[in-house]
Design a protein around this ligand. Structure first.
Ligand code: NI
Length: 176
């Protein structure tokens, strides 16, 4: 297992619809998740989706306690989420700064649903069913967008709130 190169915006694989996982608890799936974990940790990511390391499957991982690059964000439990479904709860949206390992060095303000119900399975096929809000809900929406070929810049409403991290958020070590 290894730290993998992260595909960057412009790579057509990041624009694909990823395929559902059919077989759980396999060596292939465990290997993929380990690669994602090591890659996310090496880059201090808040989360990562399988297509970002070139595997077009519906697998995301995120969380794992406080992220030094998101100092003000509440901690999100480490989660492996396979074949997710997302259902926003209510219509309330909230703007927040985001970055992405596939869009290095940049940050943008993205509207996301504040409250979210999500379901899916872990790598063993065990069901996950959660109601979340705030940063946790934002991270899930960002990561799951990757499975549908959506990168956060596509969701920015005001491109004046998009720029290089050290310019738009000076002095802040914000996360990818
Ligand atoms: Ni991303």
């Amino acid at each position: 297992m290894a730290i993998k190169p992260v595909l960057r915006m412009g790579d057509p694989l990041l624009l694909q619809q990823a395929l559902p996982v059919v077989h759980f608890d396999t060596a292939e799936l465990h290997g993929l998740i380990q690669d994602m974990q090591e890659t996310m940790a090496a880059m201090d990511g808040a989360g990562i989706a399988a297509p970002q390391i070139g595997v077009s499957l519906r697998v995301v991982i995120f969380g794992g306690g406080k992220n030094p690059r998101y100092p003000d964000a509440e901690s999100v439990p480490y989660t492996v989420l396979v074949n997710p479904t997302l259902n926003p709860l209510g219509d309330v949206m909230e703007d927040g700064w985001e970055g992405c390992l596939s869009v290095p060095g940049l940050r943008g303000v993205v509207p996301r649903h504040v409250r979210l119900h999500y379901t899916g399975q872990d790598q063993f096929g065990k069901s996950i069913d959660r109601m979340v809000s705030g940063f946790h809900a934002r991270v899930v929406q960002h990561e799951c967008d990757h499975l549908d070929g959506i990168l956060y810049p596509m969701r920015i409403r005001d491109l004046r709130q998009f720029g290089f991290s050290d310019v738009v958020l000076p002095g802040q070590a914000s996360p990818e």
